[in-house]
Design a protein around this ligand. Structure first.
Ligand code: AMP
Ligand code: ZN
Length: 472
């Protein structure tokens, strides 16, 4: 089975061909740890998780690296403004190391709560200063750098294909953008090393051949990804906001330093945006973190369901209504799995099975099609609701799906204590009502709701499934 991925570099879906047969290296730009991640940030770590688990099901050995940015990311993504961490430290009068540690810990907690597998390699920028300095020295030797009053800069004019990822046109940028020039030669030039200000002391600074200072933001990702994955590696992921500046500059400095292509497949996740109804009170600002959802009684898996039910390359509008619908759908899936006789133990059994059933194969095909998780969820729903599919097969499909989707499908703790006995005729009525709703025949749907109620059942509707509960 082939894996196809949309490559931002070529703007096409391509068949994934690894550098080394059977192996795949993935680098994901990690968080800047000056504040808690918001749910949009977290969305950007779900699709690499699906990618990794899909690759494994396809037989690959995967090495995945997520970095921790704890220095050098300035308040503007370019080279102006203050270091985000220095600013956070000054505002809270805490040490910068303390802040970095706290938000790294909270980030890891959120990954775990979202069932995102935490990679063994999570290098910190401040733990790789010598590697970054060495790379800047390489660039200096090949004449790609120049110095200004405030730092060492990369001369983008020296690289004929600068901006190829974002398809930037140098001329347009020179005229149209509002980038501060300072002493830079070209608007697109960027800092590799910034000098500490002469009049104030930074909490984080290091000696270098060019003087005391700190690395520019982009250089860390080049130095660390190449250290862990090699000069050329398979896949690099991040949010779409990274295309024009951060990833463009990673490519420029890496390819200038090594003379080799840097990354073969660039994958970018589209943003999460807040819908009207998600505006929060003034005191809370506009910030929604995972904890905000948990405090409102949602389990993180419901948010994961919402994310997976939308393709990673499409905008996702977050509203609490959508989250509630995702929560309902997830409960509905769990109930169907429990009804088919699923128990937590089934998971291990099914996962260890060598050969795939046709349904498992179908679900993997959905995922192998540029990580089409909405399609995979639809496949799961259809099979679980199909009376022609044997219960054991439903359970083995669900276990297989769980291995990649990681939704806690076999976690029945939120279902009512006693498993709900649903007589066949009630299920048939529910299916009929669901079909009526799909056909927008709301009159018939209402009649069927009454029929269900007469038998003691209520039906809650999700986006792509429903849940039956006992009427109280
Ligand atoms: P940061 O911590 O700001 O470095 O961002 C961490 C990740 O979140 C990066 O991959 C960003 O591209 C991504 N990101 C930022 N805002 C959003 C958003 N609203 N939706 C999805 N991803 C985002
Ligand atoms: Zn990065």
């Amino acid at each position: 089975m082939e894996l196809t991925l949309y490559n931002t570099l070529t703007r096409r879906k391509e068949v994934f061909a690894p550098l080394q047969p059977g192996h795949a290296g993935i680098y994901t730009c990690g968080p800047t740890v000056y504040a808690e991640a918001h749910i949009g940030n977290l969305r950007s770590y779900v699709f690499p998780d699906i990618l990794k688990k899909t690759l494994r099901r396809l037989g690959f050995q995967v090495r995945h690296v997520i970095n921790i940015t704890d220095v050098g990311h300035l308040t503007s993504d370019a080279d102006e403004g203050e270091d985000k961490l220095e600013l956070a430290a000054r505002r809270s009068s805490r040490s910068i190391w303390d802040i970095a540690e706290e938000f790294t810990r909270l980030y890891l907690r959120d990954l775990e709560r979202m069932n995102i597998e935490v990679p063994p390699d999570m290098p910190r920028a401040t733990g790789h200063i010598p590697e970054q300095i060495a790379m800047i020295q390489d660039l200096e030797k090949s004449g790609f750098t120049y110095s200004t009053a405030d730092g060492i800069y990369f001369d983008t004019a020296r690289l004929p294909d600068y901006g190829k990822l974002a398809r930037l046109r140098a001329e347009g940028l020179q005229e149209g953008s509002r980038v501060e020039m300072g002493d830079k030669r070209n608007k697109t030039d960027f800092a590799l090393w910034k000098f500490s200000p002469p009049d104030s002391k930074r909490q984080m600074e290091w000696d270098s051949p060019w003087g005391r200072g700190f690395p520019g933001w982009h250089i860390e990702c080049s130095a660390m990804s190449m250290k862990y994955l090699g000069q050329t590696f398979d896949i690099h992921t991040g949010g779409t906001d990274h295309i024009p500046v951060h990833h463009t500059n990673e490519i420029a400095q890496s390819e200038a330093a090594t003379g080799q292509p840097f990354v073969r497949y660039w994958l970018h996740g589209e943003h999460l945006v807040l819908g009207e109804s998600s505006r929060m009170g003034k005191s809370e600002g506009n910030f929604i973190g995972l904890q905000t959802l948990v405090d409102k009684g949602y389990e993180p898996a419901a948010y994961r369901y919402l994310v997976l039910n939308n393709h990673y390359r499409k905008f996702l509008t977050f509203t609490f209504e959508a989250l509630k619908a995702a929560d309902t759908a997830l409960t509905g899936l769990r109930r169907l799995i429990a009804e088919a006789g699923g128990a937590p133990g089934d998971l291990r059994e099914a996962e260890s099975r060598k050969s795939m059933t046709p349904l498992q194969e179908k679900l993997l095909e959905d995922l192998a099609d540029d990580l089409n998780t909405p399609k995979a969820l639809a496949t799961l729903w259809t099979a679980l609701r199909d009376s022609q599919v044997a219960p054991e097969e439903k359970v083995s499909l669900a276990a297989f799906a769980e291995g990649v989707l990681s939704l806690g499908l076999f976690d029945f703790s939120r279902l009512e204590a006693a498993p709900l006995e649903v007589p066949g005729e009630v299920r048939a009525l529910a299916e009929k009502r669901w079909a009526a709703r799909q056909a927008r025949d709301f009159k018939q749907a209402d009649e069927l709701r009454d029929e269900l109620a007469a038998r003691g059942f209520a039906m809650r509707d999700g986006k792509d499934g429903y849940e039956l509960t006992a009427l109280d």
